[in-house]
Design a protein around this ligand. Structure first.
Ligand code: NAG
Ligand code: NAG
Ligand code: NAG
Length: 417
C-alpha cells in the first residue's frame, strides 16, 4: 500500500504516497529513535550514589565504564542518524536517490521535485502528485549524473552524448530531462523517402564527438560487431544484399519470411538493428520497422534517421516502451545475447513475447551460440513459449579457423487462452 510507480517496470524511481500507514510508521520510527537516545542519556548520567555512595572512590572513577557508555551513545547517535536519513529520503519521495547529498546538481533536484496535482487527488489513478522518473541505478553513478545535470539553464548543452550513453549503459535509464539546447548538426542534403534508404550518408550530418572514427570510411574498415561488418557502406560490400540474397542456409530472404503468413505484417521492431538495413528492406515492403540501437562506437541513430527510418535509442536492459500485443514482427540477431545469468535472457524474451501479437513472428536471425550448452538453453527457453517453429536452422560458420554455431528461426506466437 502507498507505493505508486508512474512508469511501470524496473528502472523507474518510485515514490511513496503519504498514506495513514506510512505516516504512522514514520511516527513510530521517530519515537523509537527518541527512546533509544533517552536510554543512552540515562546510562551516561547514572551514578550509583543511592547504593554505594560511601565507598565511592572518586579518584577511581571507572574510566572504562565511561568510555564504554560513550561509545554506546555514539553508536546510538549513528544509528539514529541513519534512521533519520532514511526517513528523510522517504519524505523526499525517492528511496534510492539521495537528493540530500551536497554534490547533487540543483537541476537534478528540480527535475525530480514532486508536483502536487492542482486539484488534489486524482480519482482515476489515485495519485496526489506527479513525479518525474529516472533510473534507480542512477544512484550508482551520482558523480556522472551530477556532471550530466551541470549546465547553464536555457544555454547550449555540453557536447556530452557519450556521457549520456555511459550513464545509460550503467543502468541510469531513463535519464533525467535537461533544460538546455542539445548540440545540433545542420542536416544538409537529406534525401526524400524512399530514395533516402540507400543513399550514402554524408560525414558532415552526424556528430562524431566521443567516437574513435571521424568519418564513415573509417567505420567501414572496422568490424563493429557481429551484425555490423561494413554496415555503413550502402553501396559496396554485402549490406545492400542482406535480406535479399542468402549467403548460407541461416540467411532467410525477407520475401520468404513474409510468405510464411497470409499478410498482416505491417509493423515491426528490430532489436539491435545495426545501421537500419532490415528496416530499410522492410520499408520497401511497406512494413514500418523501428530499429533499437545505441551509439556504440558509431553514430547508428543519426545514420538510421538519415535513411528515413525510425531509430530508438534504448538499451536492452530497459523494458520495451510499447504496449502489449502490438507488433506483427520482432527481428533480432546476436545483439539479443546480453550475457549474464540465464534469467537475464528470460526477462528479455518474455518482454519480446509481450509486445508481439498472437500470430506475430519472432525472427531470430543468425543468433550466435557460443557453445552447444548455450544453444540447448536457448532452444529450451524458446520451447517454453510454445511458439510455432515456421523455420528452424542451426548452422555452423567457420570464423578464422574456429567453427561457430548460429541459430536462425522464424517463430510464430501462439494464441494463448
Ligand atoms: C581510592 O583509590 C586510591 C588510588 O587507587 C587508593 O589508593 C585508595 O585506597 C582508594 N580508596 C578506597 C576507599 O578504596
Ligand atoms: C571498571 O569496572 C570494571 C567492571 O565494571 C572492572 O572490570 C575494571 O577493572 C574497572 N576498572 C578500574 C580502573 O577500576
Ligand atoms: C507499397 O505501397 C505503395 C503505395 O500504396 C504501393 O504502390 C506498392 O505497390 C506497395 N509495395 C509493396 C511491396 O507492397
Amino acid at each position: 500500500m502507498g507505493s505508486v510507480s508512474l512508469k511501470i517496470g524496473d528502472g523507474t524511481a518510485r515514490f511513496k504516497r503519504a498514506t495513514l500507514c506510512s505516516s504512522a510508521l514514520n511516527i513510530l520510527m521517530l519515537i523509537s529513535v527518541i527512546t533509544t537516545n533517552l536510554f543512552a542519556l540515562y546510562a551516561f548520567t547514572y551514578s550509583p550514589k543511592d547504593r554505594e555512595i560511601h565507598s565511592l572512590n572518586r579518584t577511581h572513577k571507572n574510566i572504562s565504564l565511561i568510555s564504554e557508555q560513550v561509545s554506546l551513545i555514539l553508536r546510538e547517535i549513528d544509528a539514529s542518524q541513519k534512521k533519520l536519513a532514511q526517513m528523510e529520503k522517504e519524505i523526499l519521495g525517492y528511496e534510492s536517490i539521495d537528493l540530500s547529498r551536497s554534490n547533487v546538481a540543483n537541476e537534478l533536484k528540480l527535475f525530480l521535485q514532486r508536483h502536487p496535482l492542482p486539484l488534489g487527488k486524482d480519482s482515476k489513478s489515485g495519485i496526489t502528485e506527479m513525479v518525474a522518473s529516472v533510473g534507480h541505478s542512477c544512484e550508482k553513478s551520482m558523480d556522472l549524473l551530477s556532471q550530466y545535470m551541470n549546465y547553464k539553464v536555457s544555454g547550449p548543452c555540453p557536447d556530452d552524448w557519450s556521457l549520456a550513453q555511459k550513464l545509460i549503459l550503467h543502468g541510469c535509464e531513463p535519464l533525467p530531462r535537461r533544460r538546455c539546447l542539445a548540440k545540433s548538426v545542420p542536416k544538409v542534403g537529406l534525401q526524400p523517402f524512399p530514395k533516402s534508404l540507400w543513399k550514402p550518408v554524408s560525414d558532415k550530418i552526424v556528430m562524431w564527438s566521443g567516437l574513435g572514427c571521424k568519418n564513415f570510411q573509417c567505420l567501414n574498415s572496422k568490424k563493429l560487431g557481429r551484425d555490423c561488418v561494413g554496415c555503413f557502406d550502402l553501396v559496396n560490400g554485402f549490406e545492400n544484399q542482406r535480406f535479399v540474397k542468402a549467403r548460407g542456409k541461416n540467411d532467410f530472404p525477407i520475401d520468404d519470411v513474409l510468405a510464411l503468413t497470409s499478410g498482416g505484417i505491417r509493423i515491426g521492431f528490430d532489436i539491435g538493428g545495426g545501421s537500419g538495413t532490415f528496416a530499410a528492406r522492410m520499408a520497401e515492403k511497406n512494413v514500418t520497422v523501428i530499429t533499437s540501437t545505441l551509439n556504440i562506437d558509431a553514430p547508428f541513430s543519426e545514420f538510421i534517421a538519415a535513411r528515413g527510418l525510425f531509430p530508438l535509442f534504448l538499451s536492452l536492459d530497459h523494458r520495451f516502451p510499447f504496449y502489449d500485443n502490438v507488433f506483427d514482427l520482432v527481428h533480432a540477431s546476436s545483439g539479443l545475447d546480453i550475457g549474464g545469468k540465464p534469467e537475464k535472457l528470460e526477462f528479455l524474451m518474455f518482454d519480446i513475447d509481450r509486445i508481439l501479437r498472437a500470430g506475430g513472428l519472432l525472427w531470430l536471425d543468425n543468433f550466435y551460440c557460443a557453445n552447444d550448452e548455450k544453444k540447448k538453453a536457448l532452444t529450451r527457453l524458446i520451447e517454453r513459449f510454445g511458439f510455432k517453429k515456421l523455420k528452424w536452422v542451426i548452422g555452423e560458420k567457420s570464423e578464422s579457423g574456429k567453427s561457430e554455431v548460429y541459430l536462425s528461426a522464424v517463430l510464430q506466437k501462439p494464441v494463448r487462452g
